[in-house]
Design a protein around this ligand. Structure first.
Ligand code: PHE
Length: 363
């Protein structure tokens, strides 16, 4: 029988020198596996005399246990080594300064649309969207602005060329066509707002050819001017974030509402600045009125059964007033310095696109 001591020394040295887990496993198989050297020695025990067995048996067992332990401990230490290496190579250096990223910002118009939408949806309005390239019928005729009506001239309309039937499409001059589209698309009651782009051939510090409006329409049984007034007052308080806001309804004229009014809010003009809610001056912020009976008839509603109100608010104007932005043209100049200054951080305000219901009407 081989010198067990020297065998143990040899194998333990091999294990210590094993570079990785595979090498350890190879040694284990070669020594302790079925045909391994130690196993073969164990087998030889059977051929021994009882005396020899008594002498070698325990020694062999001892050797086997020692080697098993040595294999395990070498495996453990190699595994720890491997883990440490991994931890080191994969560690995150939190002292490294972050790479600079360009943060985008929300355009004041988007912000104002979100805020206005938020206020009205809380009051129970839903959001409707419609086309910017509009048919004459929705933009004018159905709204009680027939051909040759002077109000058509007021709107400085961008017209498309006539089609074969002589119809001209227009870039919608207001969001009011959404009143018609909404009422033709479903059954009353209606309680919608329609924010969006509108177009008129006009350009100076307070007018751009493209601008934004939000239309509101409420039609139900027994709706009266008190509802209109409450609704607008409530909106102004929330939007301008003051409870003491002064509001004035000034009689006006729109073909699609009767009676009609213009809404002014109290303000002060000081050093070229406009202060909302202070002073004795007035500033016009929207047009409104009770929906004209003729408009209701145009969409096949019985005015003796259904009544309601509508208003149209200039969003660009509202943004200028709320945040003191002086020139409207800058809104659309796409100057990043301006956007950085007047833009907003992306707050967690649900955006229009997540809850827009598209209303499509037909004649
Ligand atoms: N559409 C009108 C405008 O653009 C505003 C308005 C809307 C007035 C609804 C009354 C009712 O001037």
């Amino acid at each position: 029988m081989q010198d067990l001591q020297s065998l143990e020394t040899e194998i333990t040295a091999n294990l210590a020198g094993a570079a990785d887990l595979d090498a350890v496993e190879n040694i284990r198989i070669a020594e302790l596996g079925k045909k391994g050297r130690v196993s073969l020695l164990m087998r030889e025990l059977g051929k021994m005399t009882p005396e020899e067995k008594k002498e070698f048996g325990p020694k062999l067992n001892q050797l086997k246990n020692t080697l098993n332990d040595a294999v395990q401990s070498r495996k453990d230490s190699l595994e720890t080594e491997l883990l440490n290496k991994k931890l080191q190579s994969e560690s995150v250096d939190i002292t490294l300064s972050a790479a600079e990223t360009d943060l985008g910002s929300i355009h004041p118009i988007t912000q104002v649309m979100d805020e206005v939408t938020e206020i009205f949806t809380e009051m129970g309005f839903s959001v409707a969207e419609g086309p910017e390239i509009e048919e004459d019928f929705y933009n004018f005729t159905a709204l009680n602005i027939p051909e040759e009506h002077p109000a058509r001239q007021m709107h400085d309309t961008f017209y498309f060329p006539e089609d074969e039937e002589g119809n001209r499409k227009v870039l919608r001059t207001h969001t009011s066509p959404m009143q018609i589209r909404t009422m033709l698309a479903g059954e009353p009651p209606y309680r919608i707002i329609a924010p969006g782009r509108t177009y008129r051939n006009d350009s100076d510090a307070t007018h751009t050819p493209m601008f934004h409006q939000v239309e509101a329409l409420v039609i139900d049984k027994d709706i009266h001017m008190g509802h209109l007034k409450w609704c607008i007052e409530e909106f102004c308080k929330k939007f301008y974030e003051r409870d003491d806001i002064k509001i004035r309804f000034r009689p006006s004229y729109f073909p699609f509402t009767e009676p009609s009014a213009e809404v002014d809010i109290g303000c002060a003009f000081e050093d070229g600045e406009i202060l909302i809610g202070e002073g004795d001056d007035w500033l016009e912020i929207m047009g409104c009125g009770m929906v004209n009976e003729r408009v209701l008839e145009n969409v096949n509603l019985d005015p003796s059964e259904y009544q309601g109100f509508a208003f149209g608010l200039g969003l660009d104007r509202a943004a200028m007033l709320k945040w003191g932005i002086p020139d409207l043209r800058d809104f659309f100049a796409a100057d990043l310095r301006w956007l950085k200054h007047y833009g907003f951080q992306a707050l967690d305000i649900p955006s229009l696109s997540t809850r827009t219901s598209v209303v499509r009407g037909s004649k």
